[in-house]
Design a binder for this molecule. Structure first.
Ligand code: UN1
Length: 506
């Protein structure tokens, strides 16, 4: 596997943080490819002592990094983006091999890192604060933004590179340093990313603690969460995990930026272009094997076109190729591991119990030459509103079809779940579109028209409401979450007038 060699990954004891020669821990974590179920490499787990050393390095690095002018920091991030450009293919292959998503999607993920680095370079000259008119004579008032310090980044297996990239590029351009805990299911991708930016840091003779990586399970994540030296914890994962993290960070009055579960729906109206609707639905529901937080889990179809849409959707599902995600022409790779396969199997049982009707049956597949046991068939269920399982996010490719009469009802169905990440409407009718986007429309952080629920661009603020956690990452003004705002008032006169006209004469 040339891509491993090109990324300087060997099968033995990958250090958790490159550059840190004192890294001594002996406990190991094994990275297993879901493609063939085989071990790729062992990775050192960060122990408490190494964690303390890393946080010390990061704290020291912050004192240097924060004083480098933002446009100069932007220049370093530009070099990081370029380093990812040269490694895009190799890293995309590693993502695909270690996580199981198609090569197209693996490379797309690295493209997101490149794009967000470009975005951060632009931001480096645009970390604007407002100026206000003071109510007092000879006074000036303005606000400015300063970095927070160490930003803890906790990411999930499904986007083992890009989500770190969104957070790191923004955190760094704002003058913060980062400590990243990647998923224990995809540790090699994290190491490869760390090596790539580690080289840029070294080349520019900057302190190595600017970007740190720690590896391990929940316990390592907990160290970050409860650590008062880490003012912001940005975490992506399940709602269950986010609730735990949010509680611990809030108890120390730290900040958290949470990007959690979704239960995303597409509404298909009578005026929809059905060809677009079907493509949006199939990619949304089966892309990344149903393991995106933005995966389409429900389709709410108007009764007048229901039968036609259903027929077209079933036809498209029959053309899906499940297999080795690195092979050309494969649409759907494996699930991440056996635990995910069990979730899938349990959901199939639950759906039958709740009287859902399978119009494309689900089953665990065995793929010739790739018998990892993690391959499953994307399936479709005709569902009814009473089904409890449609309220939950099952991180597998199961799609529920629901029927509606009036658009208000469709919107109500869409919003009647605890999560609020992404949503979409397929329509060519302006009134339908505007209602969906109005205050009485979708309650999600993302609302799309004539596209699916997944595949958000980095330029927009990414995140969602309700149990999705409320955080926003990536584009727009999401950078503000990584900084502290300071309101500055300056008196350049010879008197001391007080605000609100208060008199205090001595
Ligand atoms: C996630 O699934 O955690 O919108 C992130 C998308 C991707 C990001 C998904 N750009 O599908």
């Amino acid at each position: 596997m040339d891509f491993l060699k090109n990324l300087s990954i060997s099968s033995k004891n990958q250090g958790s943080s490159t550059g840190f020669e004192w890294f001594t821990t002996s406990a190991l974590l094994t990275s297993i490819s879901p493609v063939d179920g085989q071990r790729i490499a062992d990775v050192q787990i960060t122990d408490k002592q190494n964690y303390e050393q890393i946080i010390t390095k990061a704290s020291e690095a912050f004192l240097v990094w924060r004083k480098i002018p933002a446009p100069k920091r932007g220049d370093i991030i530009r070099q990081m983006g370029n380093a990812f450009r040269t490694k895009k293919e190799d890293l995309g292959k590693l993502v695909s091999w270690e996580m199981g998503k198609s090569l197209q999607e693996g490379m797309g993920e690295i493209q997101e890192i490149i794009d967000v680095c470009d975005f951060a370079v632009g931001l480096s000259r645009q970390l604007y604060g407002l100026t206000m008119h003071s109510e007092r004579p000879n006074h000036r008032m303005y606000e400015q933004w300063h970095p927070l310090g160490i930003v803890g980044i906790i990411t999930a297996f499904n986007f083992p590179a890009a989500v770190w990239g969104w957070n790191a590029a923004l955190a760094l351009v704002c003058g913060n340093v980062c400590v990243w805990k990647g998923s224990e299911k995809t540790p090699l991708t994290a190491i490869a990313c760390q090596k790539i930016i580690g080289e840029v840091i070294k080349y520019n003779k900057l302190p190595e603690g600017i970007s740190c990586l720690i590896s391990g399970d929940k316990e390592v994540g907990y160290w970050i969460t409860q650590d008062t030296r880490i003012p912001l914890v940005s975490a992506t994962g399940s709602t269950r995990m986010g609730k735990e993290i949010g509680k611990v960070v809030a108890a120390r009055l730290g900040r958290s930026l949470l990007e959690l579960g979704g239960n995303n729906a597409i509404i298909v109206t009578p005026s929809a272009d059905l060809k677009l609707a079907v493509i949006g639905a199939v990619f949304g529901a089966t892309g990344t094997t149903g393991q995106r937080c933005t995966t389409t889990r429900r389709i709410i179809v108007h009764q007048s076109i229901y039968e036609q849409f259903k027929k077209d959707l079933i036809n498209s599902y029959q053309q899906l190729v499940v297999g080795n995600p690195l092979e050309n022409g494969v649409h759907v790779g494996p699930l991440i591991d056996n635990q995910a396969v069990n979730l899938y199997k349990d959901a199939l049982i639950q759906i039958k119990k709740e009287k859902g009707i399978f119009i494309v049956e689900g089953e665990v597949l065995s793929i010739k030459n790739y018998e990892s046991g993690f391959y499953v068939k994307p399936c479709i269920v005709e569902a009814h509103r009473g089904m409890k399982i449609t309220q939950t996010e099952t991180f597998v490719p199961i799609l529920y079809l629901l029927k509606y009469d009036h658009l208000e009802e469709a919107i109500e169905i869409q919003n009647s779940v605890p999560q609020g990440l992404s949503s979409a409407i397929m329509t060519t009718n302006m009134k339908e579109m505007e209602l969906f986007l109005s205050v009485a429309g979708s309650d999600c952080g993302i609302a799309n028209v004539n596209m699916g629920t997944s595949g958000a661009e980095i330029g927009g603020a990414f995140g969602g409401e309700k149990e999705t956690g409320g955080g926003r990452e990536s584009g727009s003004d999401a950078w503000k979450a990584y900084m502290r705002r300071q309101t500055c008032s300056i008196n350049f006169g010879n008197d001391m007038p007080l605000a609100q006209g208060i008199k205090f004469d001595l």
